[in-house]
Ligand binder design. Sequence first.
Ligand code: FAD
Length: 384
Amino acid sequence: MDLEMTAEQRQLQRLVRDFAEGEIRPAIRELDAKEEFSYALTSKMGDLGFMGLMVDPEHGGLGLDPLSYILVVEGLARVSASQAATVAAHNTLGVGPIARWGSKQQRERYLPDLCAGKKLWGFGLTEAESGSDAGDSRTVAELRNGLWILNGAKAFITNAATNITAGSTVQCATGVSSGGKKEISCVLVPQGVPGFTVRTMHGKMVWRSSNTAELFLDNVRVPEENLLGKRGDGFRQMLETLDSGRLGIAAMALGGAQGAYEEGLKYAKTRKAFGQTVASFQANAFKLADCATQIEAARSLLYRACWLKSTGQSFAKESAMAKLFCSQVFKLVADHALQLHGGYGCMEEYPVATFYRDAKFLEIGEGTSEIQRLVIARQIGCFE
Ligand SMILES: Cc1cc2nc3c(=O)[nH]c(=O)nc-3n(C[C@H](O)[C@H](O)[C@H](O)COP(=O)(O)OP(=O)(O)OC[C@H]3O[C@@H](n4cnc5c(N)ncnc54)[C@H](O)[C@@H]3O)c2cc1C
């Protein structure tokens, strides 16, 4: 196993760091306070190639490997979970399935603008009544006279209701499979089709400047060729998309943990109590030592999962482990970092408060920690 970064990956890491420090950090506090999605930052991230990182250059992407993708998400999340969420969701949930299973026409039609960051695309899996139980889609699609007719609703869909969203991949039940279970398929639903409405969900505790939306489908008609891949493949497509998506969420957790740790260390080295810095009390120094150690362990787990993916090996178990562990580490580190800030940690003026809130969600999004444990337990043969 070779975990040494290439010169290009180091350069990319520096580029992301400079961008996050120079462009995101000055803007993020106001965006988060107003719960405002940033078109300006999204456009700049598109210009840098962040919106189609792993897509073939033939379709406008950068054609990078999984670790390079992870380095971008990690570097953004070190400063802002919301901006990292926009990029991670767009790459793995929005663009990824179209690049992987889309027809030639679908790829040619959608990918260039999506990879350039001129447009965004959502991935509609979760519904108000089913999230973890992703095969229990109540949104239905019926094929009639060459048209898919969709009815239902989706909740919590990232990037689905911005002014530049071009559409969403909607997972729906298209019948009953031979085993008697719901036949699940994915259909591409462009924005603006009659009967398709989207509504931004406000009042989020986390990812406050990322767009999260509800989708409503009321007799939405789209051509038969809007099916993604084969009919009945939707559940498998969703599972495989989430295997990759988990690496992105793990990277968000790792980057967030790094950012929170840096805030905690910086504050603890300057804040004084009883005539000495807070960091110099052994109780606090040990907290920081634990944070640094946990972050390194999380990084090794995640980078190894990326290496498995990039070398074509199975990585479902390792991506679930990385997502589970990195999100736990983020929560622990954010907790310690906030504790080190004392009362000021509870003020929005300090970035640690945002890290503390955002950390919680990474134990929920793209499969809760319980679901990660289920995936891992299945992989290690517990249920045979
Ligand atoms: C900001 C944000 C962005 C999101 N973006 C997207 C997106 O782009 N696309 C999308 O499709 N979804 C998105 N989601 C939804 C998210 O992925 C789900 O909220 C998550 O998967 C959990 O589903 P749920 O909310 O329905 O919880 P539920 O499935 O109702 O779970 C409730 C609780 O029960 C537990 N539980 C459920 N089943 C089991 C089990 N078998 N064993 C043990 N415990 C179990 C869960 O772990 C959890 O603790 C987003 C959510 C948010 C808040």
